[in-house]
Design a protein around this ligand. Structure first.
Ligand SMILES: *Cc1c(COP(=O)(O)O)cnc(C)c1O
Length: 221
């Protein structure tokens, strides 16, 4: 199993390098976030052993259960919160994570700013944009982005860039291109986009962070 994880990691890295070459980018511009949600520590260790250090979780409580011990054992782990965040979990999220990918509403700006002030720690955040304008999906509306960005900047929250999860089952490239355009229009460089099924496309369209779970760990239960 350890070998399998290392092999998958190499494959994903190779695909990122290929996509970078095709789009004349440097592979060093792209951070691979290994999304370890639902997987127990013993599935994560092989990737840590293979030298990988950047991981993503989507639930604060699950991450609190798994990562303190792993961080004791492996130095310099960088942990990203990629899922929706409830305001009442902001303090826990600020304490545990190095980056938060789903800042999407004014109430969360307030909660995170308060938590960061209290902890005296600034955690970079991506603003999630609902690029497909889907009702059930997280992310701020495209038209609300400038105001939310202004609020985050006023609250002294470091903004790493924009994040999206395109609509399921449609070609994602136009949504990646849209997110890149929105970032450019708002003076942001970071782009958190691309998952197992579409990370190469996301890289070609400018992703700075790809969030890959299944292609590294296999299917989730
Ligand atoms: C689970 C998840 C991923 C990873 O999805 P895979 O298809 O398994 O690569 C990426 N981003 C977010 C926000 C997720 O919740």
């Amino acid at each position: 199993m350890a070998n399998e994880a290392a092999t998958r990691l190499k494959e994903v890295h190779a695909n990122i390098v290929k996509a970078c070459k095709a789009s004349r980018r440097e592979a060093s511009e792209v951070t691979l976030i290994a999304v370890s949600k639902t997987h127990p520590a013993d599935r994560i260790v092989p990737l840590l052993e293979a030298g990988h250090r950047v991981f993503g979780e989507n639930r604060v409580q699950e991450a609190q259960e798994k990562w303190p011990a792993l961080r004791e054992a492996y130095r310099e782990v960088e942990l990203h919160l990629i899922g929706q965040l409830q305001s009442n979990k902001a303090e826990d999220a600020v304490a545990l994570f190095d980056c938060i990918h789903a800042l999407d509403r004014p109430s969360l700006v307030k909660a995170l700013a308060k938590a960061m002030d209290k902890a005296d720690k600034r955690v970079p955040c991506f603003i999630q944009v609902n690029v497909g304008e889907e009702e059930q999906k997280g992310g701020c509306a495209i038209t609300d982005l400038p105001a939310l960005l202004g609020q985050a900047r006023a609250a002294d929250i470091p903004i790493a860039g924009l994040m999206c999860i395109p609509p399921f089952d449609i070609e994602p490239a136009p949504f990646f291109a849209l997110l890149a355009k929105l970032a450019q229009d708002n003076g942001l460089s970071g782009l958190s986009m691309g998952m197992s099924g579409d990370y190469e496309s996301a890289v070609m369209l400018g992703a700075s962070h790809v969030r890959v779970g299944t292609a590294l760990f296999g299917a989730r239960n």
